[in-house]
Design a protein around this ligand. Structure first.
Ligand SMILES: Nc1ncnc2c1ncn2[C@@H]1O[C@H](COP(=O)(O)OP(=O)(O)O)[C@@H](O)[C@H]1O
Ligand SMILES: [Mg+2]
Length: 263
């Protein structure tokens, strides 16, 4: 049994479908990810990447398919309702939600709170940690992000790269099983992109399971165990970085990659 448990993927997505007002945005998405692995998702704008992350982190609902995160089903398998799937009970959804974290393109820090307060708010309110414990963890995370002298700063006093490092620390403070990133460097000036990518790369040493949507192709290739290429709401190709970035003969993928050839 133990062996079976260890080999089950931490994230299992099967035949997921999502529409907005009858427009199909995710058409039939299936993939698996094992604990400790990193998945890069690439693809043109409008292909459904953000919607996929939003469905997996429960910011959006989907109509069909199955999602299983860390052994828990987000929807009840095989049960359909008139609107689509039947979601699991609230308690299960909460547990699943707490096992995922999402880092947004635009940081989404609380502007009226200091860096330290941004990091301790949810652990205290949601995880019911005591103040000292939450503060100690926050300081440890800020140190890892190279921001130990910024705990009293407000987000507006920080560079974009620093704000994004705070939001990564904030997500880590909830101790997620899977960390999702939606274009974490797209809002940054080019000279600040590297510092954020370095932090994300550093998390692989902690065996953090991560799903990263990015337009940084060299990074997507370097950091990933697995790559998905999405276009028009479907996964057009998936495989190892070596395959997706070099060996695939898929025309849509290669046309997309050729746009980044001089980066
Ligand atoms: N809240 C929404 N309402 C209606 N359409 C949406 C909404 N969010 C996204 N879409 C549409 O879904 C498609 C996929 O969007 P998105 O997931 O943001 O793609 P990507 O992140 O790959 O750029 C786009 O056509 C977009 O316009
Ligand atoms: Mg997007």
């Amino acid at each position: 049994m133990e062996e079976l448990k260890n080999t089950a993927p931490i994230l299992h997505v099967s035949h997921l479908k999502k529409s907005f007002d009858d427009v199909a945005v995710l058409k039939d998405i299936s993939f698996d990810l094992n604990a400790g692995e990193v998945l890069s998702i690439i693809g043109p704008s409008g292909s459904g990447k953000s919607t996929l992350l939003r469905c997996l982190t429960q910011l959006e609902t989907f109509e069909a398919g199955e999602v299983c995160i860390d052994g828990k089903d987000m929807v009840i398998p095989g049960v359909k309702t008139k609107n689509g799937v039947k979601y699991a009970p609230a308690k299960t959804l909460r547990e699943i939600r707490l096992s995922t974290g999402l880092v947004f393109q635009n940081f989404n820090l609380f502007p009226h709170l200091t860096v330290l307060q941004n990091l301790t708010l949810a652990p205290i309110r949601v995880l019911e940690k005591n103040r000292e414990e939450a503060r100690d963890l926050a300081r440890e995370l800020l140190k890892r992000m190279g921001l130990e002298n910024k705990e009293k700063a407000y987000p507006c006093e920080l560079s974009g790269g620093q704000q994004q490092r705070v939001s990564i620390a904030r997500a880590l403070a909830m101790n997620p099983k899977i960390l999702f990133f939606d274009e974490p460097t797209s809002a940054l000036d080019p000279e600040l992109t590297g510092e954020v990518l370095k932090i994300i790369k550093g998390l692989t040493e902690l065996q953090m399971t991560m799903v990263i949507v990015t337009h940084e192709m060299a990074f997507a290739r370097d950091v990933a165990d697995k790559v998905l290429f999405m276009d028009g709401g479907v996964i057009v190709e998936q495989g190892t970085p070596e395959y997706v970035f070099g060996k695939s003969e898929n025309d849509r993928l290669n046309a997309f990659l050729s746009r980044f050839a001089n980066d």
